[in-house]
Unconditional design. Sequence first.
Length: 338
Amino acid sequence: MVITNVFFFSSVMPITAHPAFHKASAYFKMRIKRIPVDPKTLEIDVKNMRRAITKNTCMLVASAPNFPHGTIDPIEDISNLALEYGIPLHVDGCLGGFLIAFMGQAGFPLKPFDFRVPGVMSISCDTHKYGYTPKGASVILYRTPEIRSHQFYALADWPGGIYASPSIAGSRSGYIIACCWATLMYYGLEGYVEETRKIIQATRDIADGWSKIDGLYLLHNPDVSVVSVGSEKFNIYYVLDGLRAKGWHLNGLQNPPGLHIAVTQLHTQPGVVEKLLKDTRQSVAEILKTKNMSDTPTAVIYGTNQKVPDKSLVCDIAKLYIGACYDTNIPATTTEIK
């Protein structure tokens, strides 16, 4: 008999933590306890995290920052919980790791978020985001070599020889790792500090501009490079589709409804921030002038999702879409070589 629905361990994290934690927990049959954030500040209540901890809790998670709203969780407060209960704290710095590490030197100081905080046992950081390296390489840091050793696997009696692997991925491309290293060396400390300074300044300029547009409000003052807005006057997804029609590629948010932009090097180029603010003002003005706004594609999708009581149906549809991408038979084409 195969037991498939037994959960031996659990992790506690804000509801804004990345879905990758859910994916890993599903693979390893771990239970996730998702802690809601304050509906106004969108910040986690550490007291609620404390109440969710049990004898089976094996990990606490904090984001620096999270993807939806760009909020850095109160890492020092969560660290105190981790130390009190003897539970490791993982900091997800995948999005902002190559910004938050340099923000102090760029003139934008932050509260401690790394191994200076005693409860932090591991930190993840994607080099392919603000490290500007090709996708395929990433970084995970551990407080001690002993913790790191649990990531490794070795088998001594395989007929093919001694087998050892440092990660789940097994064989990896040396090309990607070499490109990653070359990019890091190209930018260097001074280069990353300068790019961080420009990106954080652009982020704050966008936040300031959006906050002054009638009908929009900031969901959260940006801690790093993500600016998120909502509206109490109209369906915010109208703005999202309006900006997409003007060539901007932003992300839709839900619970609460909103949109956000993750500021990159592109947005630090001359005139880009001004163009975004101008296009946003135009889109909002058009919405405010229209009394009977027809639902846009994004508004329909998110509206339907929010009306479906059983979210597993939405997940099933999403999986069917992925399956269709694999199952699609693309007609083979041949090219005559002369």
